[in-house]
Design a protein around this ligand. Structure first.
Ligand SMILES: Cc1cc2nc3c(=O)[nH]c(=O)nc-3n(C[C@H](O)[C@H](O)[C@H](O)COP(=O)(O)OP(=O)(O)OC[C@H]3O[C@@H](n4cnc5c(N)ncnc54)[C@H](O)[C@@H]3O)c2cc1C
Length: 332
């Protein structure tokens, strides 16, 4: 029987940078590899991957495989699948990790099928069972109301990991590792789909996933006009405005601002939740926030169970004085 060894992460390069989730995977992969007493390797594909490989080593990898070809510049299912399958069969890792990104969502199940291996999607925590050496894969279930722990019988054990669920290690540029170039041997005729155009999402100001301070509005805001006040507060705090799903469904805010199970996952330092109830599906996207401040007229609202500070009252009365106070403090 083939011996599976080590942890392999499939990295992503987005806009000429290692994706944030790749750094998080490296941090988590490092912990898992150390617990197993094995090595952490990574795979980077694209047209100019070498500088990113050194960075990946500084963030925890022992070894980075690079596959370079202009056809790998952008994610393409058929070519990436062939390249990753080749790599996995060569390395025979015990564990394969990808981000829960558009690429990971598409590639992981395809790779699982090719390898006859189970894939756990959207994990928020990973660990090693010290008794069996198996990967413990934790993911939200029942719409985010509970968490379940899974293990796989098959090898490699494969998982995709939700962004912001884990933290990267501190960059350590003195870390040593190997960079190994592998010829991808691309067969362009394998491509069944072609990328025709890339349209960049227009975001005014800071993206919600990058903001250290978020002001998020819920259905209780009552309409798009109310969001102007939330924009004022976010502007003063150099933050961004987020929204719950009903707000987005009502067209008061663009989809790019939705936070939650079916929206984005954020982990800001400060999360100001205005007139939102704090449903489990919403909290699935913001429970990583360091501090939550809530404004809600219902003292029983679930958000008060999650918040460190809260105002029970009408946001239309509370928010203007809140904004006034912030203005005053900023002047001091
Ligand atoms: C599969 C699935 C996925 C989902 N994914 C998401 C997701 O990604 N993100 C998400 O947000 N939701 C998601 N939902 C929806 C989720 O279940 C909730 O319905 C939603 O989060 C509720 O949004 P809300 O808090 O804005 O609205 P509500 O639950 O209606 O809460 C409005 C709150 O505003 C308060 N309020 C009203 N008026 C005022 C006032 N004048 N001043 C102060 N407070 C006031 C009320 O007391 C209430 O607590 C999903 C649901 C399902 C089934």
């Amino acid at each position: 029987m083939t011996e599976h060894k080590g942890v392999l992460i499939i990295g992503e390069i987005i806009e000429e940078n290692l994706a944030a989730v790749t750094l998080e995977l490296l941090g988590c992969g490092r912990t898992l590899a150390d617990k197993l007493g094995e090595r952490l390797s990574g795979l980077l594909m694209g047209s100019d991957t070498r500088p990113h490989a050194s960075k990946a080593i500084a963030y925890g990898a022992d070894k980075i495989y690079i596959m370079e070809d202009p056809l790998l510049e952008d994610y393409q299912s058929d070519l990436y699948l062939a390249a990753v399958e080749k790599m996995v069969r060569r390395v025979m890792p015990k564990i394969v990790l990808m981000g829960q990104t558009p690429m990971g969502r598409d590639l992981a199940p395809r790779l699982g099928f090719r390898m006859h291996a189970a894939v756990l999607m959207d994990c928020v925590e990973l660990d090693i069972d010290t008794q069996t050496g198996r990967l413990l894969q934790v993911r939200p279930v029942y719409g985010g109301n509970a968490r379940a722990v899974f293990t796989s019988e098959t090898r490699p054990q494969m998982a995709t990991v939700r962004s912001k669920a884990m933290s990267p290690l501190e960059r350590n540029s003195s870390r040593k590792g190997d960079i190994i170039e592998i010829k991808p041997e691309i067969d362009p005729s394998a491509m069944r789909t072609k990328l025709l155009e890339k349209v960049k999402e227009e975001v005014a100001g800071i993206k919600i996933e990058d903001a250290a301070i978020l002001v998020t509005g819920g259905r209780g805001i009552g309409g798009p006009e109310g969001f102007e006040q939330l924009e004022d507060l976010a502007g003063l705090l150099k933050g961004a405005v987020g929204a719950t799903r009903p707000v987005v469904d009502s067209g008061w805010c663009p989809t790019s601002r939705q936070i939650g199970l079916t929206g984005k996952v954020v982990a800001p330092d400060l999360y100001i939740a205005v007139a939102l109830s704090g449903s489990s599906q919403h909290m699935a996207g913001c429970s990583g926030a360091k501090h939550i401040v809530a404004i809600n007229s219902d003292p029983q609202a679930n958000i008060f169970r999650e918040a460190s500070f809260g105002i029970v009252g009408d946001w239309k009365k509370a928010l203007p004085s809140f904004i006034e106070k912030v203005r005053e403090l900023l002047k001091e």
